[in-house]
Design a protein around this ligand. Structure first.
Ligand SMILES: Cc1cc2nc3c(=O)[nH]c(=O)nc-3n(C[C@H](O)[C@H](O)[C@H](O)COP(=O)(O)OP(=O)(O)OC[C@H]3O[C@@H](n4cnc5c(N)ncnc54)[C@H](O)[C@@H]3O)c2cc1C
Length: 284
């Protein structure tokens, strides 16, 4: 049970959502945009947040859209992870979100919620960073569409009152060879110790991670090193560890040493996939 009363509204257009959000905020109510609600409800139940108003985005058609248009796959911010996985519209994204939580929770958790939540893994972002996705953000000044990597720096950097209306993935990335592996410390369904997503484009590896550090990232410097065939595999792996943006995370979930071991192992597997793809002439 949530021990406080809060206002709830379910607008039908993006503009109404922003108006409602601003209206509640002006009335002094601490307001949240609401996707699947799994995080908001769990945090409100234990008292770590006290929402005074929520604006549910699921009635907005654009937020639930999943269609191809102008060379892009457009995905609404309120689409469930399960709808994305089932659609097979972008197989690597389907694989990544199909490993988040269990089937029941995937039917509830939304793309926007995963990208904007407080839980540090945000695994849906990995394929999106690799595929040069763009985001349409709806806010008080209208819609701005920009590359995801400009507004994602470990977490989404949204302006006050903004929400994710849509994510746009260039269609060509959906058919490139890919590799995904997620290792959790104990159960298959758990937060990742390390999660890795990779795409092979024109014989080059693009790679992104969650779990190894305290935020998800794609590192172009690390990609340079991993694609450097002038180095041995061992040298490339050592370089990848050196180029981590921070020391591997160390917490009750998983130790630093074990995370690093998994990281090296998983990156080694990705390099093997790269060499198999090169031999087969895939991703050319
Ligand atoms: C059982 C379980 C297991 C999980 N395992 C994993 C895992 O392995 N890996 C992983 O990455 N995550 C995992 N999660 C975390 C989950 O992805 C996040 O908690 C996510 O925030 C939940 O999405 P939601 O749609 O329910 O979010 P909500 O509770 O609706 O919202 C969460 C936050 O996102 C904001 N938000 C929601 N939609 C939008 C939008 N369109 N635009 C802007 N802001 C928005 C809300 O304001 C709020 O701050 C797990 C969660 C559960 C319940």
């Amino acid at each position: 049970m949530i021990p406080v009363n809060f206002a709830y509204c379910r607008p039908g257009t993006p503009e109404e959502a922003v108006q409602a959000y601003e209206g509640y905020e002006k009335a002094g109510k601490k307001t949240w945009y609401y996707g699947g609600g799994s995080e908001i409800i769990s945090m409100a139940r234990v008292g770590s947040i006290t929402p005074e108003a929520v604006v549910d985005l699921k009635e907005i058609p654009a937020c639930c859209e999943l269609k191809e248009e102008g060379g892009h796959i457009n995905m609404g911010g309120a689409l469930s992870l399960r709808a994305i996985a089932d659609s097979q519209c972008f197989p690597l994204l389907g694989k990544a979100v199909g490993r988040i939580a269990d089937h029941t929770n995937q039917c509830r958790i939304t793309l926007g919620g995963n990208l904007c939540g407080t839980i540090i893994y945000r695994e849906a972002v990995l394929p999106l960073l690799l595929a040069e996705a763009q985001v349409s953000l709806q806010g008080p000044s209208g819609v701005r569409r920009l590359p995801l990597q400009e507004v994602f720096d470990g977490r989404m950097q949204l302006l006050p009152g903004e929400f994710i209306l849509k994510v746009h993935v260039p269609k060509r990335y959906a058919s490139m060879p890919y590799f995904h592996v997620k290792k959790a410390p104990t159960e298959k369904i758990d937060y990742p110790a390390v999660s890795l997503a990779a795409i092979i484009e024109k014989g080059r590896l693009r790679i992104a991670f969650a779990g190894i550090c305290t935020y998800p990232f794609r590192s172009k410097e690390m990609e340079e090193a991993l694609n450097d065939t002038g180095m041995t595999i061992e040298q490339r792996l050592n370089k990848a560890v050196e180029l981590l943006p921070e020391e591997p995370a160390d917490d009750a979930h998983c130790s630093r040493g074990y995370r690093q071991l998994l990281f090296e192992n998983m990156v080694g597997q990705a390099l093997m996939e790269l060499s198999k793809a090169s031999e087969a002439g895939a991703g050319a």
